[in-house]
Ligand binder design. Structure first.
Ligand code: ADP
Ligand code: MG
Length: 397
């Protein structure tokens, strides 16, 4: 169900790496209608997580099939059912499907199959808006490609560029990265982008927006002629049609969802805190409920993220924060501690809004109204993944 119109949506703010929320510090007020953030979960919606189709029926290489099954994947998700076959045939694609619906495997499985066929000459490049997402995609690649002698590396900002040189010393079938570092390595002449056969822009609407488009255009120009281009996201910007057409050749378009709606597995509610009331007290009270087991708490600014994490800890609630001013080591440690359950609350800016897949996030809380509907869709999409039910709570005044 589409219960809001695109008119409510402002153009998304630019974002790149550590400067992700620079613009948002200017105390902009969200103009989104709070009524958009109340919705009952409908876990058996028609674009549900599972299809009838099994991975066995795809005719994949036995080793790949074995790895897929070992991950516990049995049937394809809808986006996988609709995109894996055209991708195996070599088609370009623009694919839209809700948060947590298995888009990563939808592009990695065909990539692995192509890489197995010609591992000496095959390179796929997966470009992402955040470092954490790049690392996560490489992790999924590694688990799907165990025992195949296929190699991957991730190149992201905030890490030592000299160790990137080492990783480039061997033939890599899959390269994952954020645009700035990839360009940097290309400038240094150590990464030859002309060898890329398959280009993937994950979260492509973000990769093509103001914050990234210059870098992405440079990457695309340097790659030049390629066999396949793959665009995946849960949201889309109608204004990007020209850019998309310029990237894709005779593509299949797969739209499992309309690119403007939240995952129906997420129960959405608002909490009204009138101006002048102490929002933090209301937040702290929420944590008396043990059902808020694993929570991502989004704020608009890095400073507020730091402050809230500190106050939560002072209130006896294990919390950590992740945002663009923290070192990459710190960011990785926070994600690990959040995954393992050492911290109950991860306070985050939009640097964690897209792509991040942490199992069993019970709740997403928006401490402030997000600036755009797309930001909202991605943020709350950190819960209710892989067909599970999730909860989103948004503070409004
Ligand atoms: P998206 O990119 O669409 O937001 P992800 O690719 O991150 O979603 O996948 C969401 C979760 O679903 C991940 O934990 C992933 O391991 C799991 N998953 C993906 N495909 C399947 C499948 N066919 N069966 C079961 N789980 C799956
Ligand atoms: Mg994804």
């Amino acid at each position: 169900m589409n219960h809001f119109t695109r008119k409510n949506i402002r153009p998304s703010t630019p974002a790149r790496g550590s400067n992700l929320d620079r613009r948002q510090i200017k105390k902009k007020e969200s103009t989104l209608d709070p009524r958009l953030f109340v919705k009952k979960a409908q876990p058996s919606g028609q674009d549900g997580f599972r299809t009838e189709k099994t991975f066995t029926a795809l005719g994949l290489s036995p080793k790949l099939l074995q790895n897929i099954l070992a991950k516990g994947y049995e049937t394809l998700t809808t986006i996988q059912e609709q995109s894996i076959e055209p991708l195996l045939q070599g088609r370009d694609i623009m694919a839209i499907s809700k948060t947590g619906s298995g888009k990563t495997a939808a592009f990695l499985i065909p990539i692995i199959e192509h890489a197995l066929k010609d591992s000496r000459n095959y390179t796929a490049l997966v470009v992402t808006p955040t470092r954490e997402l790049a690392l996560q995609i490489e992790e999924e690649f590694k688990s799907l490609a165990i025992g195949m002698s296929l190699y991957s590396a991730t190149f992201i900002g905030g890490t030592n560029i000299n160790s990137d040189n080492q990783k480039l010393g061997r033939k890599l079938q899959v390269i994952v990265g954020t645009p700035g570092r990839l360009l940097d390595l290309s400038d240094r002449g150590v990464l030859d982008l002309r060898k890329v056969n398959t280009l993937v822009l994950d979260e492509f609407d973000r990769m093509l927006d103001m914050g990234f488009i210059l870098d992405v255009s440079k990457l695309v120009t340097r790659i030049g002629k390629r066999d396949q281009t793959l665009l995946f996201s849960a949201t889309m910007e109608p204004g990007q049609k020209k850019l998309i057409d310029g990237l894709l050749a005779n593509p299949v378009e797969v739209k499992v969802s309309n690119g403007a709606s939240t995952n129906e597995n997420i129960e959405q509610q608002t909490i009204r805190v009138p101006e002048g009331h102490d929002k933090f007290d209301v937040l702290a009270d929420l944590f008396a409920n043990p059902e808020l087991e694993k929570v991502i708490l989004f704020t608009e600014t890095k400073r507020l993220a730091d402050r809230l994490a500190k106050k939560l800890i002072q209130s006896g609630i294990q919390a950590g924060q992740i945002h663009g001013d923290k070192s990459q080591n710190f960011r990785n440690r926070m994600i690990d501690e959040f995954k393992s359950g050492d911290i109950r609350v991860l306070v985050a800016t939009d640097v964690a809004a897209r792509g991040i897949d942490v199992a069993d996030v019970s709740h997403v809380i928006n401490y402030q109204l997000p600036m755009t509907m797309d930001a909202y869709i991605h943020r709350i999409g950190r819960t209710g993944r892989a067909g599970k039910v999730g909860h989103a709570i948004t503070f409004v005044n």
